[in-house]
Design a protein around this ligand. Structure first.
Ligand code: PLP
Length: 403
């Protein structure tokens, strides 16, 4: 798809595709020409209930007419309610006994987790070990935690106290946490942005044991994987472990900007008034959207839907010509393409055909549709992706690329 000239008014931090969506309903999106698309990206794993979900829209509009914002200098009746709902999901249905700080994005939720880990560790123990290939956000501290050296280059010097080890490698992590000064391990349960990379079974459980042995916090970034997407409320629940800190954002407000950092009660207690804050974090409007989102996700049994429809989607994707393998869990899936096929070109071709997906790595296409997606929509999307693969493969073959 031909790129449009850069915007004269927007900083060029993104290269958006040449389409302008103006409305949506469920899995469908409509552009400014009235053309229909199927959204198998969901705003990067954000609109888990689909676009224009009625329950969430209604909660937003009622709250907007009542009270949008008061600041955290006062109690509001919604953030405590939401914190309780979130705590129950962290506990897989029973209270987990934690406390929550509300922010406005994933990066801010992780900033909170990093500051909390430093508060727990004290001035001699502040290092955070995270994984190569990880993505934790774009603020300076979360960028430093992000294990992608290329993203660091233009912004050095970054905050100190961040180390990286190979993802999925317990021995490498053991070595890194053996050196003094480490307060926390920060990991994604599945690495979403680097291409839906799933660690070996048992990895998180082994990391939990390691953290216990060393008295180090286990912080899980569930910003992309959380709230039902992988087939459990949180991806760590696949391994039946309990992290010390969990961060969420993305789907928490079904598109309304909100992030949260949950921590075990005794860990959360390290923060005192004045240690951290946010003007907007936990404001009534965002919380009303999130309360409605969590209620609806529970009403539709989102983890079960993700598991069942995800298994069907994975099986259909694996049968497509040009797909070497499918990985992921639930409805956070990726197809790894056969050598010679460019995922960026396949994504552009799919968009021309009416399917929204993205390419987090040159050979990987990510699929993260709303958890409300139907099997008929899966069939339609797989048809379009198959046609996109055929068209890119024939163009590549013409150029002497893919066989
Ligand atoms: N952590 C993970 C695992 C993410 O996938 C993302 C965003 O893609 C972030 C953190 C950052 O979230 P945000 O863009 O809301 O700051």
């Amino acid at each position: 798809m031909t790129a449009e000239p850069a915007s004269p008014t927007l900083m060029a931090t993104y290269s958006p595709a040449p389409v302008r969506f103006v409305s949506g309903r469920g899995t469908e999106l409509f552009d400014d020409g009235g053309r229909r698309y199927l959204d198998f990206l969901a705003g990067i794993a954000v609109v888990s209930l689909g676009h224009a979900n009625e329950r969430v829209a209604d909660a937003i509009s009622r709250q907007a007419g009542r009270l949008v914002h008061v600041s955290n200098l006062f109690h509001n009746e919604l953030n405590e309610h939401l914190a309780q709902d979130l705590d129950r999901l962290v506990g897989d249905g029973s209270p987990a006994g934690g406390q929550v700080f509300f922010a406005n994005s994933g990066a801010e939720a992780n900033e909170c987790a990093i500051k909390l880990a430093r508060r727990v560790g004290g001035p001699e123990r502040y290092a955070v070990v995270s994984a190569l290939g990880s993505f934790h956000g774009r603020t300076l501290a979360t960028l430093a935690a992000t294990g992608q050296p290329k993203k660091h280059e233009a912004f050095r010097p970054l905050p100190e106290g961040f180390r990286h080890v190979a993802y999925g490698d317990v021995a490498a992590l053991e070595k890194a946490v053996a050196s003094p000064g480490v307060t926390a391990v920060l990991l994604e349960a599945i690495q979403g942005e680097s291409g839906v990379v799933v660690p070996p079974d048992g990895y998180l459980a082994a990391v939990r044991r390691l953290c216990d042995e060393r008295g180090i916090l286990l912080v899980l970034d569930e910003i992309q994987t959380g709230l039902g997407r992988t087939g459990r409320w949180f991806a760590f629940q696949h391994e039946a472990i309990r992290p010390d800190v969990v961060t969420v954002a993305k789907s928490l407000g079904n598109g309304m900007p909100i992030g949260a950092c949950w921590a075990r009660g005794d860990v959360a207690a390290s923060f005192v008034a004045g240690d951290h804050g946010s003007t907007f974090g936990g404001q009534p409007l965002a919380c009303a959207a999130a309360i409605a989102t969590l209620a609806e996700l529970q009403a539709i049994d989102a983890p079960r839907r993700a598991q069942e429809i995800g298994a069907y989607l994975a099986q259909r994707l694996a049968a497509l010509a040009g797909v070497a393998s499918v990985r992921g869990k639930g409805l956070l899936l990726a197809t790894v393409l056969e050598p010679g096929l460019d995922a960026g070109e396949v994504t552009s071709s799919a968009l021309r055909l009416g399917l929204v997906v993205n390419a987090p790595a040159p050979e990987v296409i990510r699929l993260a549709p709303p958890l409300t997606v139907t099997t008929a929509e899966v069939d339609e999307a797989v048809e379009m992706l198959g046609a996109a693969l055929v068209s890119v493969r024939s163009a590549e073959t013409g150029r002497g690329g893919a066989k």
